[in-house]
Design a protein around this ligand. Structure first.
Ligand SMILES: Nc1nc2c(ncn2[C@@H]2O[C@H](COP(=O)(O)OP(=O)(O)OP(=O)(O)O)[C@@H](O)[C@H]2O)c(=O)[nH]1
Ligand SMILES: [Mg+2]
Length: 138
């Protein structure tokens, strides 16, 4: 059993895609063990995206992620990290396959509907940034 962190980004929430994203994860057999709706502070956004600090798109990324409410989630299942990455599709929607969330619903790399941790280590770190222990079940 593996845990991962994923989040519907502000564009996904604005477009009414929250239910669709959760449906795809649950259909794949992933189990929700944490979920909430929050508006991230600039500080939290910086902690979440600290590996991108200094990159040309960093400021745009943080401004976007705090632009509206997001739906962070913790999912559990076999190979949860790679399963979520597969369900999300490629970072750039132009390269994302049809049938993936980004392939079906995103138009631009800067607004690509979902975030998903890229490793078990990142997942554990991101879970700790966004969730407290008493917000997770199981
Ligand atoms: N504007 C812009 N945004 C980018 C670019 N590269 C990445 N991003 C954004 O930064 C986010 C994080 O980048 P990565 O961690 O490399 O991509 P990812 O792991 O597929 O996406 P996340 O699940 O959101 O972390 C991406 O989801 C994009 O929204 C870029 O070249 N330009
Ligand atoms: Mg990433």
């Amino acid at each position: 059993m593996e845990r991962t962190f994923t989040m519907v980004k502000p564009d996904g929430v604005r477009k009414g895609l929250t239910g669709e994203v959760i449906r795809r994860y649950e259909k794949a057999g992933l189990k929700l063990i944490g979920l909430k709706m929050v508006r991230l502070s600039e500080e939290k956004a910086g902690e979440l995206y600290f590996i991108h600090k200094g990159k040309p798109f960093y400021n745009e990324l943080v401004e976007f992620i705090i632009s509206g409410p997001v739906i962070p989630m913790v999912l559990e299942g076999d190979n949860a990290v790679s399963q979520v990455r597969d369900i999300m599709g490629a970072t750039d929607p132009k390269e994302a396959a049809p049938g993936t969330i980004r392939g079906d619903f995103a138009e631009e790399i800067s607004e690509n509907v979902v975030h998903g941790a890229d490793s078990v280590e990142s997942a554990n770190r991101e879970i700790q940034v966004i969730f407290s222990q008493d917000e997770l079940v199981g």
